[in-house]
Design a binder for this molecule. Structure first.
Ligand code: NAD
Length: 468
């Protein structure tokens, strides 16, 4: 089994760009960034490999995906440590690095096993027609820095299963995690079926406009998603856009505050809040407002934040300075806007690392920037409401719709509100829980296209009707 150091030695280019640990500022490794010629080469190699890969058929490709999952399992400790050192999330405790690596294994295996048969559309005296799903060709996968390994697998596993080959462009903030993961996956996959081209936005742009790319799977901000959609117009590349969110949670008056406090906490603060479908605005009925705030703070106080290689920590730093400044600015706005700081809000100056303390702010008006903008960090606004119609209107009032949640002791009451919330997924008494069997995607400016499950396979395929 490889150690993290072995893995780093295999992927590091000494003349490449240094990547720093967001908890300590130490160098994790160096990464070679792709030139335009190297990107062209990767796309050409993926195109050349695609017909043979497609020709293997579903059963053989599924075997390869299981072998790729075996390779990830065999290198799980090394991958989790690398991820922790580069991204910041703790190695073991909570839904962190080992959890993310485990998710890669789970999604690879699930994507390998979904049944996908032709769909019979018509079969009667008038004739016969069936819908088949065939490979698109080369998929360009562009990803963010918050869950770099898992999101890469979400994009890659379904694409490969469907007979496409893939060129991955990782975030410039977390390239080593993805280069390390691809290195491990490629121990099991045929040559050139999966290539990686590290680099910044310009490499992403070149990939999304490349004439050799048939589909872009993009996960990242709404702004970049819009740029990709514009840029992809000439080549008519197909798109799946998983974009930003600002998920609302609505707590009904019949809730048991203590029973839900732990799940509310992790719904909001998983990965130190750097999660697309995290709970980012919490609407709580006035009857239970103080009780819910107290229970949430009590849970939050028991969650240590610090260097992810120290055993006790369950929360890590923010991944980069830019994100730290966004969170600090929004919390500043919240304080100025009359927010009551229940905890946090006051980072320790001059410590190494981008640590922003877990922050919960009550009594904010719904138009405060901490409510209306995506904070993508550990700062949760809690907004009071007095009637459910008002809460639903506030929850639906933004132009994004990735996830939402309802919290209640009654499934019927929760279902009634869930029907009215505008989001790709509405969870009841949990938030952000994803499952490889359950399709996931946004509405409004959170994007379009589904990942996961059989629907996820279809979205990296071309549909083809045979009719006789
Ligand atoms: P980002 O949009 O800044 O960057 C994402 C990727 O796009 C990076 O690899 C970047 O290099 C690349 N890129 C930048 N400019 C490009 C261009 N012009 N053309 C092509 N690629 C380009 O996003 P981020 O800051 O890395 O990630 C955070 C955002 O991602 C948040 O808004 C978050 O909500 C969202 N996100 C969404 C999901 C989801 O499933 N919906 C999941 C995770 C993160």
């Amino acid at each position: 089994m490889n150690t993290c150091q072995d893995l780093l030695s295999a992927i590091t280019d000494p003349s490449g760009r240094e990547i720093l640990d967001p908890a300590t500022g130490e160098v994790v490794g160096t990464v070679h960034e792709s030139t335009t010629a190297e990107l062209d080469d990767a796309v050409a190699a993926a195109r050349a490999a695609q017909p043979d890969w497609a020709g293997l058929g579903h059963a053989k490709r599924s075997e390869y995906l299981h072998r790729a999952a075996d390779a990830v399992e065999a290198n799980a400790e090394a991958l989790a440590e690398l991820l922790s050192r580069e991204q910041g999330k703790p190695v073991k405790n909570g839904p962190n690095a080992a959890f993310e690596v485990g998710g890669c294994v789970g999604w690879l295996r699930a994507s390998a096993d979904f049944p996908l048969e032709p769909e019979v559309l018509v079969d009667d005296e008038s004739g016969y027609a069936e819908m088949q799903y065939v490979p698109l060709g080369v998929v360009g996968a562009i990803g963010p820095w918050n869950w770099p390994m898992m999101i890469t697998v979400w994009q890659v596993a379904a694409s490969l299963r469907m007979g496409n080959t893939v060129v991955v462009k990782p975030s410039e903030y977390t390239p080593l995690s993805v280069v390390g993961l691809v290195h491990v996956l490629n121990q099991a996959l045929p040559a050139d079926v999966l290539r990686v081209v590290p680099g910044g936005g310009e490499v992403g742009k070149a990939l999304s406009t490349h004439e050799g790319v048939d589909k872009i799977m993009f996960t990242g901000s709404t702004k970049t998603g819009q740029a990709i959609m514009r840029a992809a117009a000439d080549g008519l590349a197909r798109l799946t856009l998983e974009l930003g969110g600002n998920d609302a949670g609505v707590v009904l008056p019949d809730v048991d505050a203590r029973a839900v406090a732990g799940d509310l906490f992790w719904g909001a603060f998983i990965n130190t809040g750097q999660t697309c479908a995290a709970l980012k605005r919490l609407y709580v009925h006035e009857d239970v407002y103080e009780e819910v705030c107290e229970a949430l703070v009590e849970v939050a106080r028991q969650m240590p934040m610090g260097n992810g290689r120290e055993e006790q920590n369950v929360l890590g730093p923010l991944q980069n300075k830019q994100q730290y400044d966004i969170v600090a600015g929004l919390v500043g706005d919240a304080k100025k806007g009359g927010g009551r700081v229940l905890m946090g809000g006051d980072p320790v100056a001059e410590q190494p690392g981008y640590f922003y303390p877990t922050t919960i702010i009550a009594d904010l008006p719904n138009d405060n920037p901490l409510v209306t903008q995506e904070q993508f960090g550990p700062a949760l606004p809690v907004i009071r409401y007095s009637d459910v119609d008002e809460a639903v209107a506030m929850a639906n009032g933004l132009d994004v719709g990735l996830g939402a949640s309802v919290w209640s002791s009654s499934t019927d009451n929760a279902m009634a509100v869930a029907q009215r919330l505008e989001a790709g997924t509405v969870w009841i008494n949990k938030h952000g829980a994803v499952d490889p069997r359950i399709p996931f995607g946004g509405i409004k400016k959170s994007g379009f296209g589904l990942e996961f499950g059989v629907e996820g396979l279809k979205s990296v395929a071309a549909s083809k009707v045979i009719s006789r």
